[in-house]
Structure formats: structure tokens, C-alpha cells
Ligand binder design. Structure first.
Ligand code: WT7
Length: 649
């Protein structure tokens, strides 16, 4: 890609337009309405949901505080389940699921609603009330969505912890939110192996490490662990199986009516400092935007089978598995396992088998498929596909073109969607019948969203000038606070520019108004679409007894987008060998999870520091990326370090 390649545009194919749910004119109407009054536009979208009590004030915004539909009351399960289950969609399939070993399950809207009622009543019997927090640490099975919806049914705020996180990470999250209940499973399948979730959860909660916990519920997925005994050693909380939780006779059980601003969920994400932050999302505003973006960006058609390959442990899984599609009465497909298991054709075989029509995945997965060659997908019938999506990191134009040609046969538009855990739902994306696409650009804001690109001094950046991506305008699904640390919320997002939410990303806008994301400008790295704070990894490295100091940077990687390079100094005269390097990497797997494991560990005599003792990561970044250090080193305290670092490579 040349830097300003603004010209390569792809128009939506006539094949797509012919079968699209929404045409260009109707999208233009949305844009016009939103441009005239974005608050009224969003209020119009909110009316598509079920409300118990209508609201009178659409939006109240005084940065950093935003409230949407504040005096309205609702329960998201009315929109996601009840209206479908008790209406004409009762027998429509809500969830199609396949486990990694090939086992399958289908749930209609009526069945899903009933399962949620039963689980919700079970949780109620454990004493779970509106306002309580429930941690969910599960594989990608239908019960993960049932558990989330059951919490929402009661007004209990859920905190889903991705099943790839370590016991330490799980413990920190349970304790930060003071969760009353933990819902987990005996295990899940991934890459042909069993991830022993219950054992990890047991490790996280043993010895009264989680004093707020009153109950642990364990789903039997694998069947190899005696779940009822696993947690019984300490007696600090009650344990039961999922089967014991379920209350069969729950059909009269009604969902709780909640304020629109009630916290629907907390989701932890990495930031600049070591401790992950609990991003808090609302009920009414969140669902409004999750539902609207699902409908509009993915051009929702009643007969679609929508597959979002993200785990529910990430925000993508929240908004485009658990909430957005269900609010629209769509049929979702869920797959538990890894893309290359048992072989590189697994994804394509499922698209063929389930007639998936809309497929949403991450660039890192697309790049992995590219490595196996276009012959693999060409062996499958992918003609059910009509639209493709990308999310999580910038998609390089080569991957975009490959996806377009070999998966979409040139006929499926690609929606490259930019958003964040904090934004709750899609903010920037093409709308498939309307927006010509340029590979590598997420194009423009969706209707009702307006972003700005600012210079360091807060003035607007010019055309094609890179700057900080911000929003001065509120949007319904914006995060409301950091759980338990509102000061951090204000400082992290609202202090760089007065009255503006700072995304942490840099971007430029081209002459057509298209946004090109430049990546993070803070200490956040993106490995395979997983967001990690370099500080988190550094503090984990320090937990290894041999490590004295550490500095973590990233370098570009063909497959994972970015890869982690850790520079460490060691205690005294510890011999350097491969074993030590593996041990240091294993420390990160233990503390955070395997997805955070550094690709390289480099043992160095000393880290480059300024006179005031700050590590100059800029130099290490250059060394990791280009193999040289030729930047400005005037503030470096000991200049001989540069020569040593270069020699130690
Ligand atoms: C960061 C947010 C969006 C849900 C999953 C990730 C990067 C995300 C794109 C995209 C370029 C992207 C940004 C953003 N990012 N989507 N389409 N193009 N960059 O959510 O873990 O909160 O990460 O991911 O840097 O700030 P997240």
C-alpha cells in the first residue's frame, strides 16, 4: 500500500445489491436524519427495542458523563428473546452451535428464552439480584449466552472472562468487581485439547482468595471432571452443577424492569497501566447501538445465518453474538474451537454445512488462511455467503483482497469495522449497499457518529494529516465509567483533549473523508486482535525470580499483526540459555494467558534510560523492528548502552 492510495475503490456488486435488505436510498435517509439531529436519530433507533416504560429525555451529555433514554425502563431480554419467543419467531432458530469435536446443538427462540428463564430463576434462588455481579468463565457453548442473558434477565451485571485467561487474571477480575457468583465449565475443546476451565477456576478461587464469591456453578461440557467435588475443599462458597442450577418450572418467571442506565455488563480490557480496567456498559443505550449496527452494517435479512467467529469473552462476542443479532431475531452460528482444527478447511466446511450468509472475523485469521493457500477454500461451496466482515485490527490490503477474492468470490462486499471495547458497538464501517470500499480503510462513520482527528494542540488535523482520533459527540453505547475507578475513566479517556473522548488510536482522513487508522499511540499492543498492555506483560515478567527489569515493545508480524518482544535484565550471573528464555515466556502464560506470551525474549545487560530513569522504549522498539538504533539519543543517560544493545542482538 502506498501511503495515500485513496483511489482503489470497490463498489458493492450487483449480486449483493440485488439481494440486500437495505438499499442505498434508505441508508442515505439514515445519514440525512442523523446529520440533522443525531440525538433524535438514535432515539428513533431506540424505539425499535421493547421498553417497559418510555423515556422522556433522549440524551443528557456533559463530558465525560452521558446518559441516554435515562428515565426509560427496559430489560434487554424482552428485545433479545421474549418478543421473538412469544411472537412469530418462536420456532425460528436462534443458535446453531458446533463444538470442536463435531457435536452440534440447535436452539429456537422459544427454547432459548425458556433456557434463560430457567437459569435466571436458578440464579435468583441463589440470591442473585439486580445490581449483583456474576463472573462467566466458559467455553464458546450456548450456555455462555444463556448465562449472559440470564444475568441480564435479573439485572445482574455480568463480567465475562475469556477462557484463555489464567487463574491469576480470573481471580483479579472476580475480585475487582466483587462477583457473587462464578459460572464456569469443566472444560472446553481447543486445538484438539481440553482447556481445564474448572481446574483453572478452582486455582483462582481456592483458599478464600475471592471473598465476595458465594456460589460457583459448573457446566459439564467435557464430563471428565467431578465438578461437584472440585471446589469442595475450602467450603468458602457453595458449588453446584449447571444441571442443578436449572429450575425446570420457570415459564412464568418475568424479567426485571431496569433503568436504561443500569450496568448491563463489565468487560475488562488492557490499558496503559498494568491493571486491566473494567469497562462498564449501559442497558438501553448499549442495546440501541448494538442492535442498529448489527441491522445496518451486516444488512440483516430475516433468512441470514450470521457467524461472528469471536469468543464471547471479547466485546465483539458481546455485541455481535449475544446482543445485536438476538435483538434483531437473527440466526447465529457459534463454533467452539480453533480455525485450523482438525485442518485448515474447518471454517469453510462449516460455512458450507450451515449455509452461512454473513461471516465476521479478524484479519489475523484471514492471514493464517492465506498461508495455507486459496486451494483450501476452493474445495468448499461458499456460495451461501453474501457479505464479509473484518474487525479487531487494521486489515492489510493484501489480506483484504485475498478475503474478497477467495472467500467472497469477488461478489461479497467487505465491511471493515472499527470500534473498541469502550465504544461498545461499531463506529466506523462501510454500509454495504452504499459505501464504496478502499482496502485498508474502515471508510466512514456510521450514521449518528462523528469522529474528529486532532493535532497535539487540539486543533483539527488537515486532510491526510495524521492525528489523534477522538469523539466530541456522545453515542448511545459509549462506556459509562471504569468499574470502581471513575477517576481512571476521566483521566484515561477525557483528559487529553477537553470535552473529547480519546480513543487511543491515531488516524488520518483522506480527501474522500475516509478514515485510515494508524494504530495505538499508547502502550497498548494488538496481537492477533487481542489487546494487551505492555505494562501488564512487564509486571508479569518481573514475577520470574531471575528477572530484574523488563521493557516490552512490539514488532510487526505477518500472522499476528504485532508480536511481543521483551527486553529483560537478569539477577547476577544467571547463565543465559534457551531454557531460561522459555521459562520467562512461561511466566507470562501463567500470569496472563498463552495469548500474551512474548515471541522473543532478549536478555540484555541494561535497559536504555533517560537521566530521570525512564526507560526509552522508543529505542527498543526501533531495535526490535529495524535492528538498528539511530534515533535521537541525547536524553540517554549512558550512551554506551546503545553499542551493547546492538552487540547483544
Ligand atoms: C482497538 C480496540 C473492535 C472490537 C475488537 C477489538 C484496533 C479494532 C479495527 C479496525 C483498525 C482496529 C484499534 C482499537 N481496531 N478494529 N477495523 N481497523 N484498527 O476491541 O480489544 O477494545 O481493541 O483495536 O486500535 O483502538 P479492543
Amino acid at each position: 500500500m502506498t501511503l495515500f492510495d485513496d483511489t482503489a475503490t470497490h463498489l458493492p456488486s450487483s449480486h449483493f445489491i440485488h439481494g440486500a435488505a437495505r438499499d442505498e436510498a434508505s441508508i442515505k435517509k439514515d445519514r440525512k436524519a442523523a446529520d440533522e439531529n443525531f440525538v433524535e436519530f438514535w432515539a428513533m433507533q431506540a424505539k425499535e427495542l421493547e421498553w417497559r416504560t418510555p423515556w422522556t429525555t433522549d440524551c443528557h451529555f456533559e463530558a465525560p458523563r452521558a446518559k441516554w433514554f435515562e428515565d426509560g425502563r427496559l430489560n434487554v431480554t424482552d428485545s433479545c428473546l421474549k418478543r421473538h419467543a412469544l411472537g412469530t419467531n418462536a420456532n425460528k432458530r436462534a443458535i446453531l452451535w458446533e463444538g470442536e469435536p463435531g457435536d452440534t446443538r440447535t436452539l429456537t427462540y422459544l427454547e432459548l428464552y425458556q433456557e434463560v428463564q430457567k437459569a435466571a430463576l436458578g440464579l435468583r434462588k441463589l440470591g442473585v439480584e439486580a445490581g449483583d455481579r456474576v463472573a462467566i468463565y466458559m467455553p464458546l457453548v450456548p450456555e455462555a449466552i444463556i448465562a449472559m442473558q440470564a444475568c441480564a434477565f435479573l439485572g445482574a451485571t455480568h463480567s465475562v472472562v475469556f477462557g484463555g485467561f489464567s487463574s491469576d487474571s480470573l481471580r483479579d477480575r472476580i475480585n475487582d468487581a466483587e462477583c457473587k457468583v462464578l459460572i464456569t465449565a469443566d472444560g472446553g475443546y481447543r486445538k484438539g485439547r481440553v482447556i481445564p476451565l474448572a481446574s483453572i477456576a478452582h486455582e483462582a478461587t481456592r483458599d478464600n482468595c475471592c471473598p465476595s464469591l458465594e456460589n460457583v456453578v459448573v457446566l459439564k461440557r467435557i464430563g471428565s471432571v467431578d465438578e461437584s467435588n472440585l471446589f469442595k475443599d475450602g467450603g468458602f462458597f457453595q458449588t453446584m452443577s449447571w444441571a442443578e442450577l436449572i429450575v425446570e418450572d420457570a415459564h412464568d418467571f418475568e424479567a426485571t424492569s431496569l433503568e436504561a442506565e443500569h450496568p448491563l455488563f463489565i468487560l475488562y480490557t488492557s490499558g496503559t497501566t498494568g491493571k486491566p480496567k473494567g469497562v462498564v456498559h449501559s442497558t438501553g443505550g448499549y442495546l440501541t447501538q448494538a442492535a442498529y449496527t448489527f441491522r445496518t452494517v451486516f444488512d440483516h435479512r430475516k433468512d441470514d445465518i450470521f457467524w461472528c467467529s469471536a469468543d464471547v469473552g471479547w466485546v465483539t462476542g458481546h455485541s455481535y453474538l449475544a446482543y445485536g443479532p438476538l435483538a434483531n431475531g437473527s440466526t447465529i452460528f457459534m463454533y467452539e474451537g480453533a480455525p485450523m482444527t482438525p485442518d485448515a478447511g474447518r471454517f469453510w466446511s462449516m460455512i458450507e454445512k450451515y449455509h452461512i450468509s454473513v461471516f465476521y472475523t479478524a484479519p489475523t485469521a484471514i492471514r493464517a488462511f492465506m498461508k495455507h493457500g486459496p486451494e483450501v477454500p476452493s474445495n468448499y461451496d461458499l456460495s451461501s455467503l453474501r457479505l464479509l466482515g473484518s474487525v479487531g485490527e487494521p486489515i492489510n490490503p493484501e489480506a483484504w483482497e485475498w478475503y474478497h477474492e477467495h472467500i467472497g468470490s469477488g461478489r461479497c462486499p467487505i465491511v471493515d469495522t472499527w470500534w473498541q471495547t469502550e465504544t461498545g458497538a461499531i463506529m466506523v464501517s462501510p454500509l454495504p449497499s452504499e459505501t464504496p470500499t478502499k482496502p485498508g480503510s474502515a471508510t466512514r462513520e456510521i450514521p449518528g457518529i462523528k469522529l474528529e482527528i486532532l493535532r497535539e494542540d487540539g486543533s483539527p488535523a488537515g486532510e491526510n494529516e495524521s492525528g489523534y482520533l477522538v469523539s466530541k459527540q456522545p453515542w448511545p453505547s459509549m462506556m459509562r465509567t471504569v468499574w470502581g475507578d471513575d477517576e481512571r475513566f476521566q483521566k484515561t479517556y477525557w483528559s487529553k483533549f477537553k470535552g473529547a473522548y480519546f480513543t487511543g488510536d491515531s488516524a488520518r482522513r483522506d480527501s474522500d473523508g475516509y478514515i485510515w487508522i494508524g494504530g495505538r499511540v499508547d502502550d497498548v499492543v494488538n496481537v492477533s486482535g487481542h489487546r494487551l498492555g505492555t505494562m501488564e506483560i512487564e509486571s508479569s515478567l518481573l514475577n520470574h525470580p531471575a528477572v530484574v527489569e523488563s521493557a516490552v515493545v512490539s514488532r510487526p508480524d505477518d500472522l499476528s499483526g504485532e508480536a511481543i518482544v521483551a527486553f529483560v535484565t537478569l539477577q547476577g550471573s544467571i547463565p543465559l540459555d534457551k531454557k531460561l528464555s522459555d521459562e520467562v515466556k512461561a511466566q507470562v502464560t501463567k500470569d496472563i494467558g498463552a495469548f500474551a506470551r512474548p515471541a522473543d525474549v532478549r536478555f540484555v545487560e541494561a535497559l536504555p534510560k533517560t537521566r530521570s530513569g525512564k526507560i526509552m522504549r522508543r529505542l527498543l522498539r526501533q531495535l526490535a523492528r529495524e535492528g538498528v538504533i539511530n534515533g535521537d539519543i541525547t536524553s540517554l543517560e549512558d550512551k554506551s548502552i546503545v553499542t551493547k544493545l546492538l552487540a547483544e542482538r
